[in-house]
Design a protein around this ligand. Structure first.
Ligand code: SF4
Ligand code: SF4
Length: 135
């Protein structure tokens, strides 16, 4: 693993990319299945589905693109955590005393405590240790 793969919030971009690669593969299968039932024509015949189809296409487009990683401006383009850490010239939020309330919504998504665990490891042992551990 590369040091640059650790996001400002402490997430492991490599791990995230692998999860997304899995989603992308499943999306391709789903799209193929929809093509087989001619979903485009089906939607024309069932007007109430139009709106849902647009939402579906947006979702597919989001998950189909490969994320370049947090430090190359992947992920949430409006992320306040990244913005704040860059402004403070921090490599990660582990340099702050405590994780602020900008993390509240992230904790709801990452329920496996990956963020807390990684931030704690970086605080206690430094960034290079976590890079070695994950390599
Ligand atoms: S964009 Fe924000 S939430 Fe996403 S990995 Fe980067 S710092 Fe974390
Ligand atoms: S205040 Fe600290 S913990 Fe919160 S986003 Fe900024 S650097 Fe990270």
């Amino acid at each position: 693993m590369n040091k640059e793969d650790i996001a400002y919030c402490g997430l492991d971009c490599e791990l995230c990319k692998n999860k997304f690669a899995d989603i992308r593969q499943k999306i391709r299968i789903l799209e193929e299945s929809f093509e087989q039932v001619n979903i485009k024509e089906m939607i024309k015949a069932i007007p109430f589905m139009k709106f849902k189809y647009r939402g579906y296409k947006k979702l597919i487009a989001f998950f189909s693109e490969e994320c370049p990683g947090c430090r190359d401006m992947g992920g949430n383009p409006f992320c306040g955590i990244r913005k704040c850490a860059i402004k403070r010239d921090y490599f990660t939020c582990a340099e702050c005393n405590d994780l602020c309330n900008k993390f509240d919504s992230l904790f709801k998504i990452h329920v496996d405590n990956e963020i807390q665990t990684n931030i704690k490891l970086i605080k206690e042992n430094g960034i290079d240790t976590i890079v070695k551990m994950k390599s």
